[in-house]
Write a new protein. Structure first.
Length: 360
């Protein structure tokens, strides 16, 4: 048995339960978690913004140590430190063949297959985003684990599994920030902090952080922001004032709200690039006039998992961690146990803090 945080039904309060994990089957590995980040996507699964069969064990940003292997596993061995990859590419679908593993058609298949049972009644449980890392141990496919790069502390490595790959990829792969460009970052949560650090590493000029909470200014500036703006109906105008009257070369939205996406777009200069990282609900509608689409000549793009290929991007991120230019620990504003996850969800809803990290 292992302890886990369980979502009994969409919208229901979380519970802490004992669960029975099966031995890993063919092509699977069992991982003892060292740490798990509490991501806004977990909250979106819990409240139904994102689809997830329930009851489920949530959590998708984690790192730990391989405990045991199923038949045929060749890439890892017991004792290996690994990062859990919640969107493992199959390598053979249409999108993988195009060299776009972040869009893999089969990456989410595991989330719809029961993987464990409640110890108290034998009820089947589903793994949140195929990962289920809000638990002391989990069982995932071999392709859903990645070796922890040398020089990266195991607990901090959990952040690589979502926030850092997403934020770094948004800057490098999606927005393709060039040295000297101005960047506006909307939302100073875990992903936003990774975006700010990545923009600084990319050599951006003015880096403007935007958040509803004034208390996040110190956190944002430590991550690389040169300016901080408290969100209001003047946000777009203020960003234009801070960028010579033109607007930011690049705006990266990490919130997933229609109003914020619209503001990010309006904060971008003519010919600039707006990248949407935040995951919003299907009822969040964003409107643009046909004339402004022509007149401003901006590019608006979505960004899935930072448009990242972990095999390519993790070594690059690890190099920045080792040389001190990317501070994983600085993203963590609270270290908690499993019982602290509901409060961490409440803090996200209230716009407080950066990344809460469950440490086992």
């Amino acid at each position: 048995m292992t302890r886990a945080v369980v979502l009994p039904a969409v919208g229901a309060p979380l519970t802490i339960d004992d669960i029975d994990l099966p031995a890993p089957g063919p092509g699977q590995v069992r991982v003892r978690l060292a740490a798990a980040g509490v991501c806004h996507s977990d909250l979106s699964l819990a409240n139904g913004t994102l689809r997830q069969p329930a009851p489920a064990v949530l959590g998708h940003e984690g790192a730990g140590t391989v405990v045991s292997l199923g038949e045929g596993v060749r890439t890892v061995a017991p004792g290996d430190p690994v990062v859990v990859n919640w969107a493992p590419a199959c390598g053979g679908c249409h999108f993988c063949d195009l060299g776009e593993p972040w869009l893999c058609a089969k990456a989410g298949d595991a989330a719809g297959v029961p993987y464990a049972k409640l110890a108290r009644d034998g009820g089947e449980l589903y793994p949140g985003l195929g990962s289920a890392v809000f638990a002391e141990e989990t069982v995932v496919a071999e392709r859903a684990v990645l070796p922890v790069p040398a020089g990266v502390p195991l607990a901090d490595a959990a952040l690589l599994g979502c926030a850092v790959l997403t934020g770094y990829g948004a800057v490098r792969n999606s927005a393709a920030v060039r040295p000297g460009e101005s960047v506006a970052v909307f939302g100073v949560g875990g992903v936003g902090l990774a975006v700010l650090q990545s923009a600084r590493i990319a050599g951006a000029g003015a880096i403007v952080a935007v958040d509803v909470s004034p208390a996040k200014e110190e956190l944002a500036r430590a991550a690389g922001a040169t300016e901080f703006v408290v969100a209001s109906d003047r946000t777009a105008k203020r960003i234009r004032e801070l960028t010579g009257g033109f607007g930011a070369d690049v705006a990266i939205e990490c919130v997933g709200r229609a109003e914020t996406i619209r503001t990010a777009w309006s904060s971008t200069r003519r010919g600039g690039r707006t990248t949407v990282v935040g995951i919003g609900g299907k009822d969040q509608q964003v409107s643009f006039s046909a004339l402004e689409l022509f007149h401003f000549g901006r590019t608006l793009s979505g960004c899935v998992y930072g448009n990242s290929d972990p095999a390519r991007d993790l070594p690059a991120i690890a190099a920045h961690v080792r040389d001190g230019s990317f501070d994983l620990g600085g993203m963590v504003t609270e270290r908690i146990g499993l019982e602290g996850i509901p409060a961490a969800f409440d803090a996200m809803l209230a716009g407080r803090g950066g990344r809460a990290l469950v440490v086992f």
